[in-house]
Write a new protein. Structure first.
Length: 423
């Protein structure tokens, strides 16, 4: 079958790498892709939210499956767009309906869903411009730090964690009265701060049954020792060593199963990947957020541990064989180290030549912000490449990734030297 992957990051390169290994994969397209996906499929320069152009491409190239990488097209309704068009509804979209995508697209929707379905999460209230006064009062009832979240998508920047009440009130005002996050911040969730260890679980579902993918932990801060600004992610490890089989069982019973059952009960069609951000507080586990896609760079450690044919499993979502298909996971640890441009996550330069990234024996080099320029591969973003290695344990995997990270060269290369330091 012909497959189209939407997106242009390390996540999409990892998906393309895996899908291209399937015997069921005929032609592979990536839109818009990067210099890495170009090596294994055909890049098509269209935007992930340009549904009309995606439609034309899908018909012209007889695409049977679209795997959606980022959240934007899902929140904008790409699943429904394909389902409701008689020329397109034979195409399988791997991603939830627009209603299902609200789990990520609206924090209030996600919170209400969790409350209704008895899924443990932080206590919260939602406020608008009209109820800002109640918002100030609610802050007074909480202990610091204060957690403020823009309701809508804000490119990963919509969550503020603030120590002083005065500053928290100012930020609430900036969001509700001064459009700090534009439309996304017209409603603000204020919630209880949870103090614990974060981890992520990934699920794949056909809307009825589900399979649990490997767990992962990402490193969000730019600086070593988890300091400095938040980024899209500077590295990741899978599995998460502090989660044993029994704790995973608890996560399944208290969180994953009630989520899938809740979606079914509410008649919300959900197929594809679900990424649940969790926080472990002693022996308790709570949901921090839902994402309706895979994480980046978590995908770069989750996917390489899958031994079975992923495309074959995804095909099962359409043809009714999903639940009987195998999902085999490697016992190895996967670690990824993200190479970024100097200055990221603030201002950075692009257009630098990248060398020495081919033939890296012990690692898989997933491209993120890269582009082809004549015969050269150049930097084209903040996050440049995710260097993934497999090993018998985190030390082994990290040693290989760090060796490769050192060998690859581009001007302004930066990376964290302490991925996995806390494990
Ligand atoms: P989110 O976009 O909801 O995942 O939030 C971004 C980050 O903020 C999370 O990965 C956590 O590190 C942190 N965070 C969000 N909500 C809470 C909370 N209630 N308590 C503590 N940290 C939080
Ligand atoms: N690494 C976090 C995310 O993809 O949202």
């Amino acid at each position: 079958m012909n497959v189209l992957i939407l997106g242009n990051g390390g996540r999409e390169h990892a998906l393309a790498w895996k899908i291209s290994q399937s015997s069921s994969c005929n032609k592979l397209f990536i839109a818009p892709g990067n210099a890495g996906t170009e090596l294994i499929g055909l890049n098509i320069d269209i935007s992930v939210t340009d549904f009309q152009s995606i439609k034309k491409l899908a018909i012209k190239e007889e695409v049977s499956m679209i795997i959606v990488g980022p959240e934007d097209p899902l929140v904008k309704g790409i699943f429904d767009f394909f389902k409701n068009d008689k020329f397109l509804n034979h195409i399988t979209v791997i991603g939830p309906s627009q209603e299902g995508a609200k789990l990520e697209g609206s924090k209030e929707f996600a919170k209400e869903f969790m409350i209704k379905n008895n899924i443990p999460t932080a206590k919260y209230q939602a406020f608008t411009k009209k109820t800002i006064k109640e918002g100030y009062d609610f802050l007074e009832t909480l202990n610091p730090p204060y957690v403020l979240k823009a309701d809508g998508l804000a490119a990963g920047k919509g969550v503020l964690i603030i120590n002083e009440i005065k500053k928290a009130k100012e930020e609430l005002e900036a969001m509700l009265l001064k459009s700090k996050f534009g439309k996304a911040g017209k409603k603000v969730i204020i919630e209880e701060f949870l103090d614990g260890i974060e981890l992520s679980v990934f699920v794949i579902t056909n809307g009825d049954s589900y399979k649990i993918l490997p767990s992962a932990k990402d490193y969000k801060r730019i600086g070593e020792g988890d300091t400095g600004l938040n980024t899209g992610g500077m590295g990741a490890i899978s599995p998460v060593p502090f989660i044993d089989r029994f704790f995973m069982e608890k996560i399944d019973q208290e969180i994953i199963r009630p989520t899938i059952e809740g979606l079914k009960k509410e008649n919300i069609h959900y197929q594809g990947f679900l990424f649940i951000g969790l926080i472990k507080i002693g022996s308790e586990i709570k949901v921090i957020e839902y994402n309706v896609r895979l994480g980046d760079p978590e995908t770069e450690v989750v996917i390489p541990r899958i031994k079975s044919d992923l495309l074959n499993l995804l095909k099962g979502i359409r043809d009714g064989t999903f639940s009987e298909k195998d999902l085999n996971i490697s016992e190895d640890t996967a670690a990824t180290v993200m190479l970024v441009s100097k200055g990221y996550p603030e201002k950075y330069m692009t257009g630098h030549t990248i060398t020495n990234f081919k033939n890296c024996e012990n690692s898989i080099v997933f491209h993120a912000g890269t582009k082809k320029h004549n015969e050269e591969t150049q930097t084209n973003g903040g996050r440049i490449m995710a260097i993934t290695s497999l090993g018998k344990n985190p030390e082994d995997a990290l040693r290989k990734s760090y060796k490769t990270a050192k060998d690859i060269h581009f001007e302004g290369k930066n990376y964290r030297r302490d991925i996995g330091f806390d494990l």
